[in-house]
Design a protein. Structure first.
Length: 612
């Protein structure tokens, strides 16, 4: 009614939620977790005392999935015009409407500290990137950002020819003229002839350029994460020169706008492939093609992880929030060595190395031991997605790839009639003598047990696609948190087979003039439309998870379509909740959950959900 004359304190971060329980899946499906577990372990090949399991039969999982879907469809169909919240559960804001602004905070203020007009750098969570070292061992190239600047954004680490002569040398290994067959692409390149320069880009803009290094040489790359308490933690890895990596910085959640932007970019690239002239194709570079592609994979991973973890929390009457998480996803060539020196660069595969997955969790409605079990289960979900997401992206439609993660490697070992061992301080010396594993893996396991960790690992190396090695889990029994690893130290997964990945190897080193012919010959373009559709699905799942007003308005037919297939996830969830204790039992449930995720990939992602 007059000019403003008073400041009122408002706290936009203070809000309350109503938590919706959703359907009781166990009651609807009449699913008894203990019975399910007995059927899977029909031969009782489980010895808790000796710490091993073998002969796990997952064939029952698929039968149970079909029966579960049918029961859920019938039940939801009978509900009529059901809302998303009544089916999935979740949370929504409790809105308060007041005639005037309140004169104070809705909560008691205990003490007031220093006031800031903006958060100072010293209190900001930050990320610092480093690669290369000077003669004194000090990082030679570094750049630092506030976490909020990088969250959900595209960051890439790539390598370009150091000089024009290096570019010409690379070009000489590709055939002249049109490329009509993948066999025309080089399967290997001489590492010792070519120098490359590392580049770190943020949203396509160059922010660090390193020193020239031979192709195939390993370069140290680190990101240092500082949280708001000024605690720093360093995550280091050796990156093969010639790789192409997207670096993921995620916290809180995956933004729907970022998913939508990535989807539009991929659809635009596909349209350019389908309709554009060769000049438009030649204008596309690695940032538009590989950068958008692998960044989309990270968005998909963290989006699905957040949704599935929220659903798992709902079944435990608990809560989940993703903390400051980071890692890389991209194409890494393989290297052969001669007298310890890189000799040849050969086709490798898609590698997901998620160094840091942080969760804030609680199971406040259940017993104390349920919290470490829940955290262990979240690790299984994260590990499963490390092979599922690359398979979603690079496997031909209608086919499943042979992606590797700790979960898939352990499941494959069980398929091959190997035992899964649970190592701890009381049995590790005896069990280690029975394991035929890589020396570095054995030493890592020994060191972990000696500092109080426990380990799940299989007996001997396995082969999956072009990969050979072992999968293992190192975890803290007090919290359930741990590292789900594969040989080589990667906290993630690997996928090596497929024409599209073979084409990426050529694309990394080919001249732009060959780009259109190269991609058109291998039908590489269709992959961008496929990945864009997967991002549509993830956006859809995120919308369900947050129970937005848009989702609330949909009819029961949509709910039935969306819930079909998603219900299979609960088979693994319910089985882990009922009377199964200990790491071996936890792994059984994780394997079941991994099988359910595999089914989700085929039935939901490639099926009715995308058509809907």
């Amino acid at each position: 009614m007059r000019e403003a004359d008073t400041w009122l304190p408002l706290d936009p971060s203070f809000k309350q939620y109503e938590f919706l329980s959703g359907l009781d899946i166990a009651q609807i499906t009449e699913l008894d977790g203990e019975t399910v577990l007995d059927e899977i372990l029909h031969a009782r090949h489980l010895n808790d005392a000796a710490g091993w399991i073998e002969g796990l039969d997952l064939s029952k999982v698929y039968e149970l999935q079909e029966d579960t879907e049918k029961r859920i469809q019938e039940f939801v169909g009978a509900m009529g015009n059901a809302s998303v919240g009544s089916v999935f559960g979740g949370r929504k804001f409790i809105l308060r409407s007041q005639p005037i602004l309140p004169s104070g905070f809705p909560h008691r203020r205990a003490i007031e500290g220093v006031r800031f007009s903006e958060l100072p750098t010293s209190l900001q969570p930050r990320v610092r990137f480093e690669f290369g070292v000077d003669p004194l061992g000090v990082p030679a190239h570094t750049v630092s950002y506030a976490w909020s600047e990088l969250n959900n954004q595209k960051i890439t680490l790539s390598f370009r020819p150091a000089t024009e002569d290096d570019e010409i040398a690379l070009e000489a290994f590709f055939p002249e003229g049109d490329i009509s067959d993948l066999n025309q692409l080089p399967a290997e390149l001489p590492a010792y002839l070519i120098q490359v320069v590392p580049e770190l880009r943020f949203q396509g803009r160059l922010v660090i350029e390193g020193d020239a290094t031979p192709l195939g040489e390993e370069m140290g790359f680190s990101f240092i994460i500082k949280d708001s308490t000024n605690t720093e933690r360093t995550y280091s890895k050796n990156v093969v020169s010639g790789s192409y990596l997207a670096v993921g910085i995620f916290g809180g959640s995956v933004g729907l706008t970022h998913l939508e932007d990535a989807e539009r970019n991929l659809q635009s690239i596909y349209k350019t492939f389908s309709e554009g002239p060769n000049s438009a194709l030649s204008s596309l570079g690695h940032e538009e093609l590989l950068g958008d592609l692998f960044h989309s994979g990270l968005l998909s991973y963290f989006g699905q992880y957040g949704v599935l973890s929220q659903l798992a929390a709902a079944t435990r009457q608990g809560h989940f929030q993703m903390g400051q998480s980071a890692g890389t996803f991209g194409y890494v060539p393989a290297v052969t060595y001669l007298f310890g020196i890189p000799n040849r660069l050969v086709r490798g595969g898609a590698v997901m190395d998620l160094d840091r997955i942080v969760n804030i969790t609680s199971t406040d409605a259940l017993s104390g031991e349920s919290w470490p079990q829940f955290n262990f289960q979240l690790g299984g979900i994260a590990s499963s997605l490390e092979h599922v997401v690359p398979e979603q992206m690079f496997s031909p439609v209608g086919q499943f790839g042979d992606g590797v993660s700790a979960v898939s490697a352990l499941a494959k070992a069980l398929e091959n009639q190997q035992r899964i061992y649970h190592l701890h301080k009381n049995n590790y010396q005896e069990v280690l003598s029975k394991l035929y594993l890589d020396r570095a893996t054995r030493e890592e396991i020994r060191s972990a047990v000696l500092v109080g960790r426990e380990v799940l690992v299989h007996t001997a190396p396995i082969r999956m696609g072009g990969w050979r090695g072992e999968g293992y889990v190192i975890f803290d029994p007090a919290t359930g948190a741990g590292a789900w690893k594969i040989r080589g130290g990667a906290n993630g997964g690997f996928l090596g087979a497929g024409d599209q990945l073979a084409a990426i190897f050529g694309l990394l080193f080919s001249h732009k003039a060959l780009l259109a012919r190269l991609l058109g010959a291998t039908e590489f373009a269709s992959m961008f439309a496929t990945v864009a559709n997967k991002l549509t699905l993830v956006s859809f799942l995120l919308g369900i998870n947050e129970i937005s007003s848009k989702c609330q308005s949909r009819n029961s037919g949509w709910v039935v379509a969306s819930y079909t297939g998603m219900a299979v996830l609960f088979i693994g969830v319910v089985s882990v909740l009922t009377l199964v204790t200990g790491p071996i039992g936890g792994f059984v449930s994780g394997a079941v959950f991994g099988a359910a995720l595999g089914y989700l990939r085929g039935s939901l992602v490639d099926g009715a959900f995308c058509r809907g």
